[in-house]
Write a protein that binds this ligand. Structure first.
Ligand code: ATP
Length: 223
């Protein structure tokens, strides 16, 4: 089991309970969606996995790490096994696409030429091989989102997490982006995507966890 949530609850302060008693498991190599209305708790689950937020009650184990017992000094090693894609791409505006992606490896201690070589490989994978020297504001929103994906996978994470990755995209571009996620998944990476795009999710015929007001109300696996 790669991800194991056991009766996890999350409160933000006294009055805001974001997750109640959420339990689920994810096997290595799965691709699944997390869906539910706005405020249902999707982002909270991703933040707990990233350990940007802490669990209030319950236990969760990710990639062999018991999240509540993770020490500050173990965090970098833990997070290295995760790739995260945000809805707002958070690209560095004054760096080229190639530099934006290579930076992920540079900060992990890889050399420049190695980092750029790997960055070229993943940028090709997401179809941006002809944009290496462009700056983020010269790309469309869908292209920027693909840079975000390249940046998240360049370090070869075991688990790829994405928060509303198709948020601002039209249906065709959204589908294209999902096809990229499916290819990444086929190469062995576990992929967990938070999305409220039910029409798109339905088309992809993958497992879906459904949240409602912080409770997991369905775990749907297509036949
Ligand atoms: N930092 C915070 N402080 C207080 N309450 C928070 C905080 N973050 C989230 N919440 C609350 O927790 C609940 C779940 O929020 P979360 O962001 O996980 O939902 P979501 O399903 O991702 O929503 P959306 O689709 O709108 O992004 C909401 O009621 C939200 O207001």
């Amino acid at each position: 089991m790669l991800i194991e949530f056991n009766r996890v609850s999350k409160s933000y302060g006294k009055h805001s309970k974001a997750l109640s008693d959420v339990s689920f498991t994810v096997d290595a190599g799965e691709m699944l969606f997390l869906t539910g209305h706005s405020g249902a708790g999707k982002t909270s689950i991703l933040k707990l996995i990233m350990k940007i937020e802490n669990i209030s009650y319950g236990q969760a184990k990710v990639n062999g790490f018991e999240l509540r017992q993770l020490k500050e000094q173990q965090l970098p090693a833990y997070r290295q096994s995760l790739g995260m894609i945000f809805q707002d791409h958070r690209l560095l505006e004054n760096r080229t696409i190639l530099e934006n992606v290579a930076l992920s490896l540079l900060i992990r201690g890889y050399g420049r030429s190695d980092s750029e070589k790997q960055a070229r490989v993943v940028l090709k994978q997401v179809g941006l091989e002809d944009k290496l020297d462009h700056f983020p504001d010269q790309l469309s929103s869908g292209q920027q989102q693909r840079v975000g994906i390249a940046r998240a996978i360049v370090s070869k994470p075991d688990i790829l997490l994405a928060d509303e990755p198709t948020g601002n995209l039209d249906p065709d571009l959204s589908l294209e982006l999902m096809e990229i996620f499916m290819k990444i998944n086929e190469s062995g990476t576990t992929v967990l995507i938070a999305s409220h795009d039910l029409i798109l999710i339905k088309r992809l015929r993958k497992r879906v966890l459904v949240l409602d007001s912080g409770q997991l109300i369905d775990d749907y696996r297509p036949a």
